[in-house]
Design a protein. Structure first.
Length: 134
């Protein structure tokens, strides 16, 4: 793992949250995008070398919608940039840490992603992400 790529914050209303975080950071988000594989819309703010990702559900079956029925809005996950996501998944699995998916998925911000099981990470939802080479 090379660095923190972003911190994900689960929100009910992406537009209202964009306005709030624009006030907090003193600048507008630089990107919004829909991620069909996760049924979410995301919005990114650059803060120093890292990003803050606001994540909102696009339907009631998404993991974010389910999360928000049990939890309040707030920090959802922390994402780490990796060089080779498949190798990192294999390394972590060999250490006994479960992944929530067997293969990397297409995520937001031109990334391949994989989540680690929070029961194996002291309750922290950790995302691995790798930049997709163009």
């Amino acid at each position: 793992m090379r660095k923190i790529d972003h911190i994900g914050i689960a929100v009910d209303d992406i537009e209202a949250s964009n306005k709030l975080f624009a006030k907090i950071f003193g600048k507008e988000n630089f990107k919004s995008e829909s991620v069909e594989s996760e049924s979410v819309i995301t919005s990114f703010f650059q803060v120093g070398e890292s990003k803050i990702e606001l994540v909102s559900a696009t339907n009631e079956n998404s993991s974010i919608a389910k999360y928000l029925t049990k939890n309040r809005e707030g920090m959802h996950h922390i994402a780490f940039d990796v060089v080779d996501i498949k190798a990192e998944m294999a390394r972590l699995q060999s250490e006994g840490i479960r992944t929530l998916n067997d293969q990397p998925k297409q995520g937001a911000d031109n990334k391949l992603i994989c989540f680690l099981h929070p029961k194996d990470t002291n309750g922290v939802l950790i995302e691995l992400c790798q930049e997709i080479e163009m």
